[in-house]
Ligand binder design. Structure first.
Ligand code: AHM
Ligand code: MG
Length: 336
């Protein structure tokens, strides 16, 4: 039986990426090695997140421990784990993390050609109440690792080789695209392995959910306001959409990817560039959406065409089901 085969013939993420690689005989396994270090970081964060409440209960978090050292906050700890794992992979030359003001240039002796941009623990306002949070990453290839410069990462999102996220939710889900569709893996905690559970994810062409922080509505621009009004009071006889908003981008995007619909973090009068960061939030999620058959739009252009001019740049973002994003694009086109 097919179901039996699934249970006994486990497609781990490593096996999956190795299979992919064997289709490119010139590749030397570097990507598999890089990815296994990212996966290790995610497993560490998953385990730390699961223990976070417990640590509090027994009086660890935010206090000094027996050795008198201050306990590190989860986001700081996660960042350190990712930076160390990525550097020690020997496959990276530049790292850009949401947690670090400056990019990290890897020591020449440990350099490889990959550049990794990441948000080690996104949605930090949700940590203390046990709501889903996640890690987001994107991967570029440097022109020349010995002459690596910020220009190697200040590239449009369409130049990414791969992107993905890991969601620390009711289960731990790892979603990856290497530019050939999107695949979802779930952590089997008893094995410590990510198993392929959602092969070739395609986002529904149109969805029934919109996801936005409506508390900012008074500061929205015309097209965003009109769009959300249409979600609630459709004039064409279609049913109104449901609102879901976790406030963790990974969770909101994961639901959008699987159930369809649209996720918006628009510009507003107070934040004319929105809130989310181009390199490690907007680009990876836009890459995944396009690879799953959806769209991602900034209010001006295809999100993946944007050329960032600094590493922590922000952009408004509208992403999700093809038809839903098409509607918001039309409203912005009407503006001009
Ligand atoms: P963070 O990097 O400080 O955690 O902020 C990013 C998060 C996203 O996960 C989420 O989509 C957004 O902030 C929610 O913002 P808001 O609280 O303004 O709705
Ligand atoms: Mg973030």
């Amino acid at each position: 039986h097919a179901a039996d085969a699934h249970r006994t013939d486990l497609m781990t993420i490593t096996r999956y990426v190795l299979n992919e690689q064997s289709r490119h005989p010139e590749s030397r396994g570097d990507f598999t090695i890089l990815l296994s270090h990212i996966v290790l970081g995610c497993k560490f964060v998953c385990s730390a997140v699961n223990k976070a409440g417990l640590a509090k209960l027994i009086g660890l978090a935010g206090e000094t421990n027996i050795q008198g050292e201050e306990q590190k906050k989860l986001d700081v700890l996660s960042n350190e784990v990712f930076v160390k794992a990525l550097v020690s992979s020997g496959r990276t030359c530049i790292l850009v993390s949401e947690e670090d003001e400056e990019a990290t240039f890897v020591d020449p002796a440990l350099r490889g050609r990959y550049c990794v941009v990441f948000d080690p623990l996104d949605g930090s306002s949700n940590i203390d109440c046990g709501v889903s949070i996640g890690t987001i990453f994107g991967i570029y290839m440097a022109q020349d690792k010995d002459k690596a410069s910020l220009d190697d990462v200040l590239q449009p999102g369409k130049n990414m080789l791969a992107a993905g996220y890991c969601m620390y939710g009711s289960s731990c889900a790892f979603v990856l695209s290497t530019g050939n569709g999107v695949n979802g893996f779930t952590l089997d905690p008893s094995l410590g392995e990510f198993i392929l559970t959602h092969p070739d994810i395609k986002i529904p062409k149109k969805g029934k959910i919109y996801s936005v922080n409506e508390g900012n509505a008074k500061n929205w621009d015309g097209p965003t306001a009109k769009y959300v009004e249409k979600c609630k009071f459709p004039k064409d006889g279609s049913p109104s959409k449901s609102l879901r908003y976790v406030g963790s981008m990974v969770a909101d995007v994961h639901r959008t990817l699987l159930y369809g619909g649209i996720f918006l973090y628009p510009a507003d009068k107070k934040s004319p560039n929105g809130k989310l960061r181009v390199l490690y939030e907007v680009f990876p999620m836009s890459f995944l959406m396009e690879q799953a058959g959806g769209q991602a739009f900034t209010g001006k252009e295809r999100a993946l065409d944007l050329v960032p001019s600094k590493i922590h740049e922000r952009s408004p973002i509208f992403l999700g089901s093809y038809d839903d994003v098409e509607e918001i694009k039309a409203l912005y086109a009407d503006e001009i």
